[in-house]
Design a protein around this ligand. Structure first.
Ligand code: NI
Length: 167
């Protein structure tokens, strides 16, 4: 397993739209293992392939307190959503920035697992938020893009300044 570098906002590659996984190969399984290791090491509760510069529809999530309940979503599709919730979100690609984002309270997602089996999952709470956040990444959207234009400008400036300071 390898820890993969995570693209940092405002990297343009975070805006690429991921392509559907046509077949789950050994390389796909290795990528998923590396994505999980990267997420756990960060630590984070979710990671989309987009964030490690692989533009395929793959997401890993683990919202358990014990970090032993890995959820893998390949080619996820939202088939239902309801309610509204506003939760504070953060993102491994936007370190140190947290803000509230409006999302659906409950979602139903259909995806393939690592074995290529189709399954349907009903989620609410943190898991529902996380699924929506990660699926946004696959569409090239970072959570800060749900915030006001002014906030986005401030965040971009702050992160660019931080990047300059570390170089
Ligand atoms: Ni994120």
């Amino acid at each position: 397993m390898a820890i993969l570098p995570i693209l940092q906002y405002p990297d343009e590659r975070l805006h690429k739209v991921a392509k559907k996984v046509e077949s789950i190969t050994a390389a796909t399984r290795r990528l998923i293992e590396d994505m999980a290791a990267t997420m756990y090491a960060a630590p984070g509760v979710g990671l989309a392939a987009t964030q490690v510069d692989v533009h395929q529809r793959i997401v890993v999530i683990d919202v358990s307190e014990t970090h032993d309940d890995l959820l893998v979503l390949i080619n996820p599709e939202l088939i239902a959503s309801s309610g509204e919730s506003k939760c504070e979100e953060g993102c491994l690609s936007v370190p140190g920035i947290y803000d509230k984002v409006q999302r659906a309270e409950r979602v139903t997602v259909r995806a393939l697992n690592v074995k290529g089996e189709l399954f349907t999952l009903d989620a609410e709470g943190l898991l529902a938020v996380c699924i929506q956040h990660e699926m946004d990444h696959l569409m090239g959207k970072v959570f800060v893009e749900h915030l006001s234009h002014l906030k986005q400008v401030r965040i971009r400036n702050k992160l660019k300044k931080r990047l300059r300071e570390t170089m």
